[in-house]
Ligand binder design. Structure first.
Ligand code: G6P
Length: 438
């Protein structure tokens, strides 16, 4: 069997041991012969710590996989079969700004939705497109498995502006499936969920068990808030009640859209109580994690990693790759080009839907119309996403403003103009596109 070469961009991420655990678990069907962790100078210390931990994890399991780390991305990418992207431009400091700037102006401050997600997209799109240029040159047949947030927007940018084969991933759909199974008292393998929408804006529309749709039964007694699996989102009590009204199980991220004021209140309270926004909390978790990772006796993924929001990230990533490599035709919910799957959205945009995955990639199933109760919201957010991508690629301030006005968590032109200026100025270092004349 020819071994596979995996390259992880953002190898210094604290999620790396999670991914490696997945590689180890799938060793019988997924022969990874080489794993390279790539990072940039600022991430050198972390990537080196991860490299040493992964070496110990492989040794414990008697894995033959060659492991290395490097700051030379293009060299690493040569001949890669799978490129996994989990990097964060500007690190957690930038995330903290993304959360704080909107909050200071009365808007939701979240890393992937609203104005925070917008800022993250502007910083990330130029970088991912640069990475894609390298992949096109030295690994044109490789699959890019994108976990970098905002995952849907980034995947769409890659699709629209490069020739790289890409699939976008998120752990929310699989977590929603596990939650639904738990609610029914069965194991997740027993049920089939249908999920449609956009990344971090998706909805379970069907939960099939033995040929019957159990969604109403689940909604009736529901505690489906993702609180066990989504460590990064605080829960709003009325969320389930609203889910019952619309007859859908909404992604926990929908709390930002359905209850923005309450979410802002929670965020401000965390700041007042000294807990800080999520980025500040994650900085503390990361510090503990990397201290653990340094321990030469540690040779497994430590339990503390479960404090992060990315639970089951590796399960979905590795299963997806397994299904591509072994041509399994398994069904997963991933981010791919719509191509008519959701008829109420343009053909060329990226959506999060059930797909059949094999060695040709992920083919979306025909999902039909969006539920009427959330159709307008999804369409509006998609417009925001499309404008955000164009703004980032062109460095276009007008399109950036139109993007924010289309974002239901921003809207107001006067305030959005000020917000945009602040976001651009505070991210100047990463946004050369927007500051060409300076
Ligand atoms: C969930 C989301 C990811 C996000 C993560 C944040 O898993 O699906 O997109 O990156 O939460 O978790 P964190 O621990 O960084 O707040």
């Amino acid at each position: 069997m020819k071994g596979l070469k995996f390259v992880v961009i953002g190898g210094g991420s604290s999620y790396t041991p999670e991914l490696v655990e997945g590689i180890i678990k799938k060793r019988d069907t997924l022969p990874v012969s080489e794993l390279i962790l790539v990072d940039i100078e600022e991430g050198r210390e972390k990537v080196e710590i991860n490299y040493n931990l992964v070496k110990r994890m492989f040794k414990k399991e008697k894995m033959q996989t060659k492991i290395s780390f490097t700051l030379d991305r293009k060299e690493a990418l040569k001949g890669a079969d799978f490129v996994l992207s989990q990097f964060r431009v500007g690190r957690l400091e930038a995330r903290a700004r993304d959360e704080r700037i909107p909050l200071e102006r009365g808007f939701v401050g979240q890393e992937t939705t609203g104005a925070g997600g917008f800022a993250k997209a502007l910083r990330t799109i130029p970088v991912i497109l640069d990475i894609c240029k390298d992949i096109e040159e030295v690994a044109k047949d490789a699959w890019l498995i994108n976990f970098t947030n905002p995952a849907g927007i980034i995947t769409e940018a890659v699709n629209k502006y490069s020739n790289v084969k890409v699939i976008g991933l998120c752990n929310v759909p699989i977590n929603m499936k596990y939650d639904a199974a738990e609610e029914l008292g069965v194991s997740a393998e027993k049920i089939r969920t249908e999920i449609m929408g956009l990344n971090h804006l998706s909805f379970v529309t069907k939960v099939m068990l033995n040929g019957e749709n159990k969604i109403n039964e689940i909604l009736k007694g529901s505690k489906l808030d993702g609180k066990d699996t989504m460590k990064n989102i605080e829960k709003i009590d009325d969320f389930e009640e609203y889910n019952k009204k619309i007859g859908l199980i909404s992604s926990p991220y929908l709390q930002y859209f359905f209850f923005p004021d309450k979410m802002i209140e929670k965020e401000l309270k965390n700041i007042k109580d000294g807990k800080g926004t999520r980025a500040v909390q994650v900085m503390k978790i990361e510090k503990t994690l990397f201290e653990k990772y340094k321990d030469v006796k540690l040779d497994i993924k430590p339990k503390e990693l479960e404090e992060r929001g990315g639970a089951r990230y590796s399960e979905i990533a590795i299963n997806l790759i397994d299904s591509i490599y072994n041509n399994l035709n398994n069904e997963y919910v991933v981010n791919v080009v719509n191509n008519g799957s959701i008829v109420d959205l343009p053909e060329n945009v990226v959506v999060e839907v059930n797909c059949i995955v094999n060695n040709e990639g992920a083919r979306p199933l025909h999902m039909g119309h969006l539920p009427k109760s959330v159709k307008g919201l999804i369409q509006q957010v998609k417009s925001y996403e499309e404008y955000t991508i164009e703004a980032a690629v062109e460095g276009n301030r007008e399109k950036a403003l139109i993007a924010l006005i289309n974002n239901p968590l921003v809207r107001n032109v006067d305030k959005a103009e000020e917000l945009l200026e602040e976001i651009l100025n505070q991210n100047k270092k990463y946004l050369s596109n927007f500051f060409k004349e300076d």
